[in-house]
Design a protein. Structure first.
Length: 330
């Protein structure tokens, strides 16, 4: 059997919603990652979450049964601080509107983390912090108005957890943007610095990025010029997939990261619709309908891939009934 991963020399993985949900590993992820590493595939975990130190992420991954170390874990905080250390002079004051871990990284880079606009910082860096307060956002806004350069680790609107979606760093950034106008320099996905650094670290010639979010993971892969696999274990689902435009569409879809070890899904167009592995979607009376509804998840994913390609080729068609029939996919 030829597996999807056979066309790639490295696999980059988002974490929240792909590898784990809060304290729990996504079902099947540990076995799939072990199988990939046993095959010799280069694996890198790439997370926009800037609240935790890389070592904390490494410890969590290893505790869940994955193999992680300093060489295959990359956070947006690491990428952001590396750029700040190049952009700013040594000893420059940086107002950190983020976690203690982000502040520690800033200090380790030879910069001086501060918390108040009155400290006269030359830069502000925002990052996700579950303990963020309104007064701290006030200080960031005041510092930017006083001339500080504005940076952010990432701008994720939400974070998937085992309980559902919760607000991400993008909410705090939006508060500042509404106050001072403009936008920060952002380093995490979907912006290029994050995946460019992953490619540099691994020396990968043909990597694939695996993610659950279209706006960060899939668009980020497209921006970096690499292929992507969208999985349905986190933030976005089948309706989000159908609604994507050019530059937002994944190269592949799968139930979870185990799809890398399965055959590639391909779609062929017919006179009346599109077909994927025997599952067919056709256009009828202004809508896309399925000629049959498979009972298994793999078959429903095949059908979804056919629906998606048909919807992208013929915009404006009604897909509601077809998607509702694929009830095993969120």
């Amino acid at each position: 059997m030829t597996a999807l991963i056979d066309s790639y020399d490295a696999a980059f993985f988002d974490l929240d919603g792909v590898i784990y949900l809060g304290p729990l590993a996504v079902e099947g992820a540990t076995g799939a990652l072990a199988a990939l590493q046993a095959r010799g595939t280069t694996v890198m975990f790439v997370t926009n979450n800037a609240a935790r130190a890389a070592q904390v992420v490494i410890d969590q991954l290893n505790g869940l049964g994955f193999h992680a170390d300093d060489h295959n874990v990359l956070t947006s905080a690491q990428v952001a601080v590396a750029h700040l250390s190049r952009d700013l002079p040594a000893g420059a004051k940086v107002l950190v509107s983020g976690s203690d871990s982000l502040a520690a990284l800033v200090g380790q880079a030879g910069l001086v983390p501060v918390t108040k606009a009155s400290d006269e910082p030359v830069a502000v860096v925002q990052g996700y912090d579950p303990a963020m307060t309104w007064p701290r956002l006030d200080e960031a806004a005041l510092a930017i108005q006083a001339g500080a350069k504005w940076y952010a680790t990432n701008d994720d609107a939400s974070r998937p957890t085992e309980r559902g979606l919760v607000p991400g760093a993008g909410g705090a950034i939006a508060v500042i943007a509404l106050t001072v106008g403009g936008e920060p320099t952002i380093f995490g996905k979907p912006f290029r610095p994050m995946l460019d650094e992953a490619i540099r670290r691994t020396a990968a010639a043909r990597p694939i990025f695996v993610g659950d979010r279209i706006d960060t993971d899939i668009v980020g892969a497209a921006n970096a010029g690499i292929d992507s696999l969208m999985v349905f274990t986190g933030a976005h689902g089948k309706s989000d997939l159908i609604a994507t435009g050019p530059g937002e569409r994944p190269t592949h879809i799968g139930a979870n990261v185990g799809a890398l070890l399965e055959p590639v899904r391909t779609v062929e167009f017919t006179e009346t619709g599109a077909r994927c592995r025997g599952q067919e979607a056709v256009v009828r009376d202004g809508a896309i309908v399925l000629t049959g509804v498979p009972e298994d998840l793999a078959g429903q994913l095949d059908a979804l891939w056919a629906v998606a390609h048909l919807a992208w080729q013929h915009t404006g068609l009604d897909t509601a009934d077809a998607l509702a029939a694929l009830e095993l996919i969120r």
